[in-house]
Design a protein around this ligand. Structure first.
Ligand SMILES: [Zn+2]
Length: 275
């Protein structure tokens, strides 16, 4: 009986040792203390960046402004004039994304202008202004918001005309829903939501505009790592958020930030963004 007790005690100890080994991570990876070589100081002249401005709706001067992100026409014209007066060059988004935006010193004097969403004002107000100023701008549209001809909204015919006259049309999804809250296995009857929002939207726009769509702006600027990966798979060259801060030109950033412009900005603050 005493022998049996001793055996039980030994077994219990053996079990405890086994459990300790099982639950304790002895892997060699953990034992290696990683020493990342971080750059404390980035050479200042390499942190040169080109601001990407983001506008939304433009309203006629006699109409009320209903959102902090909607600008009166005179407000937009003022910004366009400030850009000109400050000697800043408006470059196409494709130039920035393609990395052909000139030398580092030139980049400080460049700006990219983008607009989001399917406002009719893009055709009625923005197009004549863009023609006059000869500023290359990019407009991100979502396909559900594109109306049938004669229905009073922005339609494909208008978009084709804009695209040929200085407003580069790019993709802003199908439905303008927040893509970060869509699960990858959630489906429409016709297929996966993210596949439609990222890939089918691109194909639809390419068919209707007869051009290659290379850029995608996330609805509400919201994204995650999975969405970045899916956007790469869908064939986009760059995607755009509404995160604040500059883009560092010397990095190969797939997801670029934009400065969301509010109608309350003073001239001084606007100049501080574009300079
Ligand atoms: Zn939008």
């Amino acid at each position: 009986m005493k022998k049996l007790n001793t055996l039980i005690v030994i077994l219990i100890f053996a079990e405890l040792i086994f459990l300790a080994i099982f639950f304790f991570d002895f892997s060699p990876v953990k034992a290696v203390k990683m020493k990342w070589k971080t750059k404390d100081i980035v050479e200042y002249d390499r942190v040169s960046s080109i601001p990407v401005l983001l506008y939304h709706n433009i309203v006629e001067d006699n109409k009320p402004v209903k959102s902090p992100f909607a600008l009166k026409k005179e407000n937009l014209l003022n910004h366009f004039n400030i850009i000109k007066d400050q000697g800043i060059k408006v470059i196409p988004l494709s130039e920035l994304a393609g990395g052909s935006a000139g030398s580092i010193s030139d980049q400080k004097k460049s700006v990219v202008i983008t607009f989001d969403d399917d406002y009719l004002s893009m055709y009625r107000i923005l197009l004549p202004i863009v023609k006059e100023y000869k500023y290359p701008v990019t407009l991100f549209v979502y396909t559900d918001g594109i109306s049938k001809p004669g229905k009073g909204g922005l339609d494909w015919k208008m978009l084709r005309e804009m695209d040929k006259n200085g407003i580069d049309i790019q993709c802003h999804s199908i439905s303008h829903r927040d893509l970060t809250v869509v699960k990858t296995n959630e489906t429409y009857s016709s297929g996966k939501i993210l596949y439609e929002e990222l890939y089918v939207s691109k194909a639809l726009m390419e068919k209707n505009l007869d051009k290659t769509i290379s850029f995608f702006a996330f609805p509400y600027g919201r994204y995650n790592l999975e969405l970045l990966e899916l956007a790469k798979q869908a064939g986009y060259k760059k995607v755009f958020s509404t995160d604040y801060g500059p883009n560092i030109i010397t990095r190969d950033n797939f997801c670029l930030r934009r400065h969301h412009i509010k109608n309350s900005y003073s001239d001084e603050f606007f100049i501080s963004i574009i300079k």
